[in-house]
Design a protein around this ligand. Structure first.
Ligand code: SAM
Length: 244
């Protein structure tokens, strides 16, 4: 969809509903059991003045990235942040570790409720751009491709400080790569949110739990403290620098 059409959609929404009325966003927030923790995490980084951007690995149709951007706009406590997403938009890559449900290419087509596209529709970066427009949010920065091809091109050169990361990329290998390549920009007090922590039947040596454990062994400069487990599969941690 062109930027002209997006602007027209925004203008129509504003004319019909009035500025500031955001029903699409309300629907997303009410349907997502993770939203209260997303907003609490934003409150934490804003209150504690943890500097830097909010970065998501695994954007899919943009729902969670839109919630982060919207949550921050409610009350950012004077902190300025960019909202940045990384995704191939081609679905899950292969993994050496088998999961009970997931197979390669899962998430290349939409599989669940979305305010703009039906189940079965192809997923692309434009789905997320259109969602942000429909929510009245500024366009996010999207980096398209496999993590091991995209992240090092912009972190830390473009995004030198990161305050919050949402790892919603399901797999051990994807989370391992995202942690390794994003960590040069982590700030003291960075919030790390793992959407898929308790998948693989909660096995501590599989999936995101394994990736984070290995990261901490390789990076003794970071001290983890659990923040919250939330929804069905998610867990979150704050990292403090040992020397601060
Ligand atoms: C479960 S979806 C993300 C859901 C989204 N955050 C939400 O809450 O609506 C997982 C996404 O991670 C992406 N992904 C997983 N591993 C990746 C990798 N190594 N490189 C790029 N994208 C990856 C997939 O393409 C998929 O879109």
């Amino acid at each position: 969809m062109s930027s002209f059409v997006r602007r027209a959609l925004r203008a129509t929404r504003d004319a019909v509903l009035g500025r500031g009325s955001v029903p699409v966003l309300s629907q997303i927030i009410r349907r997502d059991p993770r939203s209260t923790t997303f907003f609490a995490a934003l409150d934490y980084i804003n209150y504690e003045r943890v500097p830097g951007d909010v970065v998501e690995f695994g954007v899919f149709t943009g729902l969670s990235l839109a919630e982060f951007a919207a949550g921050d706009s409610f009350d950012n406590k004077g902190m300025t942040r960019r909202f940045v997403g990384f995704d191939s938009f081609e679905g899950l890559p292969p993994s050496a570790i088998e999961h009970a449900r997931w197979v390669p290419s899962d998430c290349a087509i939409n599989h669940s409720w979305h305010p703009l596209i039906p189940i079965g529709a192809p997923v692309s970066a434009d789905v997320t751009r259109n969602l942000f427009a429909a929510c009245g949010l500024p366009e996010p920065a999207l980096h398209i491709g496999q993590f091991d091809q995209t992240i090092a091109k912009v972190i830390p050169s473009v995004y030198s400080s990161i305050a919050l990361v949402h790892f919603d990329c399901d797999l051990y290998e994807s989370t391992r790569d995202a942690l390794a390549l994003a960590s040069p920009a982590f700030q003291d007090g960075v919030m790390l949110m793992f959407d898929d922590w308790f998948h693989y039947r909660g096995h501590p040596n599989k999936g995101q739990s394994r990736a984070f454990d290995e990261f901490l062994t390789q990076h003794p400069e970071w001290v983890p403290q659990q923040y919250r487990s939330y929804s069905t599969f998610c867990n979150s941690f704050i990292l403090s620098r040992r020397d601060v």
